[in-house]
Write a protein that binds this ligand. Structure first.
Ligand SMILES: [Mn+2]
Length: 190
């Protein structure tokens, strides 16, 4: 069949947003040798003191409400009727911006679609690298009704030592106490 007469049809098996939530993220390889790409931190970021610890969390505290939200009718309507972007062969991972771009397509897009379907009357915004003087500049910040409720930080694979990262974890029990203390001081955004 010649190219001009062929009628293209949507792929019957195009992945819906709903299906993407139960599948692993696409694996994107490194393709070294395409050119030197060294993305360094700004001098401001470079001079910040990194956090000394991180708080361990119970994944069920997030997974359970997320599962419930994904099953809601208004969310299903959006996530079943819309599909995921196709996987581009131009992706490769060398520096942090290479991680950020496909993440926007395959990781954040389905979450944004579900989140806004769940809260149709609430302003939810995703900010890229917002600059707040004298503070760390995170990669992505989420605001609901103008208040921060989530922060996302990307790292290029290999930029952190696994043992250093895990040794900085505060055990779950003491993490829980810390979180409760914090919640009492600053109640969560509705
Ligand atoms: Mn980052």
């Amino acid at each position: 069949m010649s190219h001009s007469t062929r009628v293209w049809q949507p792929k019957a098996l195009a992945e819906t947003i709903d299906e993407s939530f139960s599948k692993p993220l696409p694996y994107i390889d490194r393709k070294p040798g395409l050119g030197v790409r060294v993305a360094t931190s700004s001098t401001h970021t470079l001079h910040q003191t990194p956090p000394m610890i991180w708080l361990d969390r119970n994944i069920a505290d997030y997974a359970t409400p997320a599962e419930r939200a994904l099953a809601e009718g208004r969310v299903q309507e959006v996530t079943i009727q819309n599909c995921m972007p196709a996987l581009e062969s131009t992706h490769k991972i060398e520096c942090e911006p290479d991680v950020v771009r496909p993440s926007a397509l395959y990781l954040l897009h389905p979450v944004h679609m579900a989140l806004t379907a769940l809260h149709p009357d609430v302003s939810i915004h995703c900010m890229s690298e917002p600059y707040d003087q004298n503070k760390i500049r995170p990669d992505v910040v989420y605001k609901k009704k103008g208040k921060i409720f989530a922060i996302l930080e990307f790292k290029v694979p290999g930029s952190m030592a696994e043992e250093e990262f895990f040794s900085a974890s505060m055990p779950w029990a003491s993490s829980r106490t810390k979180i409760m203390e914090h919640k009492a001081k600053a109640p969560e955004v509705e």
